[in-house]
Write a protein that binds this ligand. Structure first.
Ligand SMILES: Cc1cc2nc3c(=O)[nH]c(=O)nc-3n(C[C@H](O)[C@H](O)[C@H](O)COP(=O)(O)O)c2cc1C
Length: 321
């Protein structure tokens, strides 16, 4: 890994164009969106996009979700054949769709099954296998430490811990004491995750937990430069200047073009709206920006909007700190 700041897997967000962008801004690794371990679904448009990591710089980590050890093992093998250099197992997702199938964070309630899945996947592939968890199912049953020991014994090579339980969903603040305990008690590298929104917070979480790396999710939406900011602060103790408006304009133009070509015109235009909405949060308000952009149906209209929007601003100005 080139840096200890990693992009978190986010379904519907961290597709190949976005992972590539975050890597360029210094993310040490960018884990794919989760893909189901049920290979009968891999022909769907959604899965085909999620499985696509062609041309990405390594390490290419592909996340799989599921509950059946043999299916998980087979899915891991298929991903390795397709170029995955790391297999990440999702035991952190709180979504009902995933938990109702006893996958994602629901697995944290069944430690025996956790062991069976981890052992089966580690046995099936020759590349490193990593695991991503929450601190437990609910605050009364925080079993991250026991899961970490199971992971260690099963041959898992790194463990990401999001400092919330499943019951907490995204409410309240992430807590880092449980992560610190896991770091102290386990030998495998731990990656701390949850609510890291700035360079200072990144450093504070690293110091508090002793984790080997940090993982950033929502704070990277519309702000891929956060990785360079955190890396610079960790290396020098100083704040990196915010990007200029001109720099952001050209990165957005490139990102939106890449979305159009990755997803095709119809889906690309829709996915671009989501990212543009996130970018606009950090940019000066010009007219009814987001509302207008969301009504555009053609790729060329979206690109024109971006060109005119940035022409109306002073490109030398920097984003507000
Ligand atoms: C839109 C969205 C999609 C997510 N999808 C996944 C996923 O596919 N796999 C996973 O392990 N976690 C997923 N997560 C959880 C994130 O990886 C991360 O653990 C969580 O957002 C906390 O980190 P943050 O506070 O930096 O956002 C998702 C989160 C969000 C907001």
């Amino acid at each position: 890994m080139t840096s200890p700041t990693l992009l978190a897997p986010m379904a519907g967000v961290t597709d190949r164009p976005y992972r590539t962008l975050c890597r360029r801004y210094g993310a040490g690794m960018a884990v794919s969106e989760m893909v189901t371990s049920d290979q009968s679904l891999w022909n769907s448009r959604k899965s085909l996009h999620r499985l696509d990591h062609s041309g990405e710089t390594g390490p290419r980590s592909i996340q799989i979700a599921g509950s059946d050890p043999q299916m998980m093992a087979a899915a891991a093998q298929a991903n390795v054949e397709n170029g995955a250099q790391i297999i990440d197992i999702n035991m952190g997702c709180p979504a009902k769709k995933v938990c109702n199938k006893a996958a994602g964070s629901a697995l944290l309630r069944n430690e025996k099954q956790v062991a069976e899945i981890l052992e089966a996947v580690v046995r099936a592939v020759s590349v490193p296998v990593t695991l991503k968890i929450r601190t437990g199912w609910c605050p009364d049953t925080r079993n991250a430490l026991r899961i970490a020991h199971i992971a260690e014994q099963s041959g898992i090579q790194a463990l990401t811990v999001h400092g919330r339980t499943r019951a907490c969903r995204y409410n309240g603040d992430a807590e880092y004491d449980t992560i610190a305990e896991v770091v102290q008690q386990c030998r495998i590298p731990v990656i701390a995750n949850g609510d890291i929104t700035s360079a200072e917070k990144g450093l504070a979480v690293l110091q508090h937990t002793g984790a080997a790396a940090i993982m950033i999710g929502r704070a990277a939406q519309g702000a891929p430069w956060i990785f360079s900011e955190i890396n610079h602060f960790l290396e020098t103790g100083e704040q990196l200047a915010k990007p200029t408006i001109a720099e952001v304009g050209s990165l957005i133009d490139e990102h939106i073009r890449n979305l159009h070509s990755f997803y095709g015109d119809f889906l690309g235009v829709r996915i671009a709206r989501k990212h543009m909405g996130w970018y606009l949060q950090y940019l000066p308000q010009v007219g009814a920006g987001k509302k207008v952009f969301n009504q555009l149906e053609q790729t060329s209209d979206q690109l024109n909007f971006i060109r005119l929007y940035f022409q109306s601003l002073d490109g030398n100005l920097r984003l507000a700190a």
